[in-house]
Write a protein that binds this ligand. Sequence first.
Ligand code: PBG
Length: 340
Amino acid sequence: MTAHTPSPKFDLKGVLGGVRPRRNRRADWSRRLVREVVLTVDDLIWPIFLIDGDNYREDVSSMPGVERLSVDLAVREAERAAGLGIPAIALFPFTEPALRDPTGSESLNADNLVCRAVRAIKKAVPEIGIICDVALDPYTSHGHDGVLSGETILNDESVALLVRQALNQAAAGADVIAPSDMMDGRVGAIREALDHAGFLDTQIMAYSAKYASAFYGPFRDAIGTSKTLIGDKRTYQMDYGNTDEALREVELDIAEGADMVMVKPGLPYLDVVRRVKDAFSMPTFVYQVSGEYAMIRAAERNGWIDGERAMLESLYAFKRAGADGVLTYFAPFVAPLLKR
Ligand code: PBG
């Protein structure tokens, strides 16, 4: 069969001058050959939710396919991740409500859930990178990332605690400290404290351009803050009308010592990813957040879209926008489909 038999009525040759972009798309081998960006397992970071217990797992109802895992099961999943070739995991704790207080003091406990998980995973799977989120929200009774005074999140008081939280995680063995709190000056303060304490090799992945987003809803279910959060986070997370501001935030974090920067959420902010990558040429990451995951899963469950294809297509969008890697709850689902 000839694909492009010129019709006698409409002869496009004169118009096209022989140029036919569809030629390269005809065969699978050709499509593979001319593909510009490629997603591999090396691009994936898998966020994992932790909960207290033994051999215990529970579903996160707003994130079909995602669970909260006790430390022993998280170790097994880390082993599975390493086997799949996933370079790194990111840990997020569901803190027992009784352990939450206004200043998030459990974040400073050397034996808290995250620290126990870091130690256990490091011991069992030393080859996988462990990223720890720095922010007080899993630990505060009000669900904010910093210290609340009246209706204000105090910046410098919060940074002082975040620095101690980061040191606690580094001491437990975290490879990467990832401040997600959006306080001013926290990256520099954490870098200085890490260096001073001898953690010269502990990397910092800064949530630099983190927007105040509706797409974090299911995550807040997962760590148990959706019901407790007082107000919103718009006095510290960014306004979604801004992109120049994102560049200034990234610039500051780099100047303060960030090794890697991040844009969050993902799909609604691809333009920001592209601008950040082009402006700074830094290792640039993007977080495909809980709400983005939930939307694709929900549509899949309803039979409205092909979930697997939508997952791959969305992850490719991040690569196309210039991201070096993606934090995604799809990591364990997509990794088996990708080349090592
Ligand atoms: C906490 C934090 C949040 C996420 C990562 N770290 C939520 C928030 O800022 O409220 C969201 C991740 C997701 O939605 O998947 N500072």
